[in-house]
Design a protein. Structure first.
Ligand code: FE
Length: 190
């Protein structure tokens, strides 16, 4: 009996990729030119619910099948790539950065900047509702975890030491994203 009850609970939680310790905190968002102290958790949760029809929910086996080992470890198991090793760390081409799990556009090259922290850094998200932020108390630290709002994939963390206009630094794993370059500019339109 206990086995079946435990299996049901774990089976429900694992597809979302959230550990039990994080489910006690309500999700909230950061971005949209607002500082973290200006966020309204109730308002943010309401907007997340209105976006629920777009959720991408897959089993752990499905994620293992469609993601590379590195993508799976970061997106689904909250891993972190080694600093200065990610393919987008020193990458500044024009384009969009999409979630490697579900393809949702998360960040733009317009807000990427050289933070020299070892990971790709952005001072804002493409749209506030594209990410969900949660308190992360792992490894003896209190940080703000950033997740994709569509598939729940772990992206990285956000810190309050970024440049203006937001003062935020979204510190994101390269392997959690897929870069889509901007179309070549038409020479006649220059
Ligand atoms: Fe995603």
């Amino acid at each position: 009996m206990f086995f079946w009850a435990a299996t049901a609970v774990v089976g429900f939680l694992l597809p979302f990729g959230f550990p039990l310790s994080l489910t006690v905190f309500g999700p909230y968002r950061v971005g949209g030119n607002k500082s973290m102290s200006q966020m309204d958790p109730a308002q943010n949760e309401a907007s997340e619910n209105s976006n629920s029809s777009k959720k991408v929910i897959k089993s752990d086996a499905e994620w293992r099948r469609i993601l590379t080992t590195e993508q799976y470890c970061i997106l689904r198991k909250k891993g972190t790539e080694q600093p200065y090793t990610g393919v987008y760390n020193d990458h500044f081409e024009k384009g969009l950065y999409k979630c490697a799990g579900c393809g949702q556009v998360l960040f733009s090259s317009e807000t990427k900047y050289p933070s020299h922290c070892g990971w790709p850094a952005f001072y804002d998200v493409e749209k506030a509702e594209r990410v969900v932020c949660r308190i992360d108390r792992s490894y003896g630290m209190i940080r703000t975890e950033v997740l994709c709002s569509r598939c729940g994939g772990h992206l990285g963390h956000v810190f309050q030491d970024g440049p203006s206009p937001t003062g935020l630094r979204y510190c994101i794993n390269s392997a959690a994203m897929i870069f889509e370059p901007s179309p070549p500019q038409n020479p006649q339109s220059r």
